[in-house]
Design a binder for this molecule. Structure first.
Ligand code: DOR
Ligand code: ZN
Length: 430
């Protein structure tokens, strides 16, 4: 079957392309871009819309196996589609954790059945995420894991982190590091500063992250391996990453939408949907993160979609788990606060959400090059809507942006040439 997307603004950072035109899909791949007329194609009118590579979210948490009440691989992959993502990489902190060949194959098999976004497993770095010894990294990567991580549980031992880096270097895959020194963050619940003092909550100093970033950078240099720093949230981390990149250390990093728009002041009402790790920081850190985006220092925007059950979030602040969902708001937040506020141009925003994370994970995505899989996102950067979590495809509702008015929304999503999302809805059948 042929699909012709007509008259869109085609933006593909992987080819430095930003022009009005048509895009033809044939046999699940991208056939041509230009001014086209094709007789026997199904036509999608994209006038006034942006047509770009299917978006890639390199950091999400699905809760299968173990907490299927919060999210399954299928519901997460569907929420991804509804957010404009055609590929997602999922973290291994499930119960049991995703590790070795078996765990990796499980995720891939479930994802294949889902008829939704493509799911790329990230396997555990240490056995059982316990930080005691390396997991079966080699067999996980051979089975299809795109990286390794103990996300949620920082790898405490520098020696073990060194071994993990050495091991993945053989496969040219990254260790995706949740940088946190637990001895500093302790029982903290929010950013340490004036707000934590006023609210009487235990604080997490920015140094808990930055010290760990510094350690991991040094170990990456030592091992000549690859490090990806997850959810960067502090000025000091940015400075360290800046210096490491200048030195040629092979390091990349991501930032989340929530760390770019929410501050520790949003915790004043003790809304547990604002409880996240790393914590929402103070204004000065947001300024650093936005400046780093402008300068091209940040490699990706990732949601860190972390679903939690209502009965767990509806507890007193100290008992509620860390995490917020983000798959269905990331594009809207990015358009509203980064593009419309002129922090970065549209092409950069799309690169941060597609070609750049795809390159880090070495997945066949994030480009509209001829012959590539026809994974395409069509969105309206000017569409205004109000966030209503009750309408989400995700199983969970722990969204911090409920009621927010956003400007920018996905219209259609195509995966391998199949239209999975159209006019704001998942297509249940073709
Ligand atoms: O807020 C968070 N939630 N941070 C993490 O590191 C883990 C995640 C989760 O799995 O809920
Ligand atoms: Zn995470």
């Amino acid at each position: 079957m042929k699909i012709l997307i007509k008259n869109g603004r085609i933006v593909d950072p992987s080819q430095n392309l930003d022009e009005e035109g048509d895009l033809l899909i044939e046999n699940e791949t991208i056939a041509e871009i230009g001014s086209l007329s094709v007789g026997d194609a199904h036509v999608i009118d994209a006038r006034g819309l942006v047509v770009c590579p299917g978006l890639v979210d390199m950091h999400v948490h699905l809760r299968e196996p173990g907490r299927e009440d919060e999210e399954t691989i299928e519901t997460g992959a569907r929420a991804a589609i509804a957010g404009g993502f055609t590929s997602i990489a999922c973290m291994p902190n499930t119960q049991p954790p995703i590790e070795s060949e078996e765990g990796t194959r499980f995720v891939l098999a479930k994802a294949r059945q889902a008829r939704a976004a493509k799911v790329f497993p990230i396997a555990a770095a240490t056995g059982g995420l316990k930080g005691e010894m390396l997991a079966e990294i080699g067999s996980a990567i051979r089975a299809g894991a795109v990286g390794i991580s103990d996300d949620g549980f920082p790898i405490e031992s520098p020696a073990l982190m060194r071994r993990a880096l050495e091991y993945v270097a053989m496969f040219d895959r990254p260790v995706m590091s949740h940088c946190e020194d637990k001895s500093l963050s302790g029982k903290g619940m929010m950013h340490e500063g004036l707000m934590s003092t006023l609210l009487g909550m235990g604080g997490i100093p920015p140094q808990a992250e930055s010290i760990s970033v510094a350690r991991d950078l040094m170990l990456t240099e030592l091992t000549r391996s690859r490090l990806h720093v997850c959810h960067v949230s502090t000025c000091e981390s940015i400075e360290l990453i800046h210096r490491a990149k200048a030195k040629g250390i092979r390091i990349t990093c991501e930032v989340t939408p929530h760390h770019l728009v929410l501050t520790d002041e949003h915790l004043k009402d003790f809304d547990t949907n604002m409880k996240v790790n790393p914590p929402l920081r103070s204004k000065e850190h947001i300024i650093c993160l936005r400046q780093a985006l402008r300068e091209g220092l940040i490699d990706a925007i990732a949601s860190d979609h972390a679903p939690h059950a209502p009965e767990e979030k509806d507890q007193e602040f100290a008992l509620a788990p860390f995490g917020m969902i983000g798959l269905e708001t990331t594009l809207g937040i990015a358009c509203t606060y980064l593009y419309h506020e002129a922090i970065i141009p549209l092409a950069s925003l799309i690169a941060l959400l597609s070609s750049r994370p795809a390159r880090i994970l070495k997945i066949d995505a994030g480009t509209l090059r001829k012959g590539s899989p026809a994974d395409i996102t069509i969105f309206d950067p000017d569409y205004e809507w109000v966030v209503d979590p009750s309408k989400f495809y995700s199983k969970s509702r722990n969204c911090p942006f409920s009621g927010w008015k956003l400007k920018g929304r996905v219209i259609s999503v195509i995966v391998d040439g199949r239209v999975l999302f159209r006019d704001g809805q998942i297509m249940e059948e073709e």
